[in-house]
Design a protein around this ligand. Structure first.
Ligand code: HEC
Length: 255
């Protein structure tokens, strides 16, 4: 029976890993820089989330949406109420029809979800040479490799294209993108943003910070979930010790 279970686990493992290799299509194994939230005790680094937001707001949000994040949620990455109001009001959206049935635009409010840079998908694709910039809310969950994929993709652009790879006009070579030809131009470069906390914005730093922010967007409850997990473990340990003491007490005089 044990053997059977073990081989079932092994088979499942094989399927998962070969599926991963197939799905990614790119030969290059992903970089694994190590993130603060990994492991049992891992948590988000607040300062990093804020920096990641600054990258998203200043750069990525020109093309990408973040439709599952409401502006007011950004207090969790360290934005003040005033900052949230300013960020929300930077874009407009269609208001509810007025009494005459006319629809006007109004600036975004903290309770609104992140407003997409483009009015619709067709406009977004048209502005990007036919490639639609996907919404990034769940990107850290959507791709094989998760955060490691986003980090690697951000740093995977190169002008040295391998001789056996053809990159069509208007596409860019990225060694981590399935098929290598991506419709997104390279994004990260030295000092792309000036971080408000004074951190030096190297490409690696930018990649790590934006990845952290996108992981938060996809999994904002991670910190609470892990704290709860820890409490449950402590409770179980104490409870087990108590039961053991009780058992010893009860069986003390019985032989
Ligand atoms: C000039 C517009 C533009 C900007 C700015 C931009 N992107 Fe993109 N991005 C795109 C387009 C277009 C695609 C779709 C590419 C494709 O499918 O070939 C894309 C795709 C992606 C993908 C998905 C790749 C996949 O596996 O499908 C990720 C992740 C991504 N971008 C992250 C970012 C991040 C992070 C930033 C900010 C640092 C950013 N992008 C800035 C245009 C942009």
């Amino acid at each position: 029976m044990r053997k059977l279970i073990l081989s079932a686990i092994a088979a499942a493992g094989l399927m998962v890993s070969s599926g991963a290799a197939l799905a990614s299509g790119a030969a290059e194994p992903l970089m694994k820089p190590g993130f603060s939230w990994e492991g049992f005790f891992g948590r988000y680094d607040q300062a990093q989330l804020k920096r990641g937001f600054e990258v998203f707001n200043g750069v990525c949000s020109n093309c990408h949406g973040l439709r599952l994040v409401a502006y007011r949620n950004l207090s969790a990455v360290g934005l003040t109420e005033e900052e949230i109001k300013t960020v929300a009001a930077a874009r407009e959206l269609a208001d509810a029809p007025n009494d005459e049935g006319e629809v006007h635009m109004r600036p975004g409010r903290p309770s609104d979800k992140w407003i997409n840079p483009f009015p619709n998908d067709k406009a977004a694709a048209a502005a990007n040479g036919g490639a639609l910039p996907p919404d990034l809310s769940l990107m850290a969950k959507a791709r094989v490799g998760g955060p490691n994929y986003i980090y690697s993709l951000m740093l995977g652009f190169s002008e040295e294209i391998p001789h056996d790879v053809a990159i069509p006009e208007g596409k860019y070579f990225n060694k981590y993108f399935p098929g290598y030809a991506i419709g997104m131009p390279p994004q990260l470069m030295e000092d792309l943003v000036s971080y408000t906390d004074g951190t030096k914005a190297t490409p690696e730093q930018l990649a790590k910070d934006i990845t952290a922010f996108l992981n938060w967007a996809a999994e904002p409850e991670l910190d609470e979930r892990k704290s709860l997990g820890l409490k449950v473990m402590i409770f179980l340990a104490v409870f087990t010790a108590m039961l053991y003491a009780l058992k010893r007490q009860i069986w003390k005089n019985i032989h």
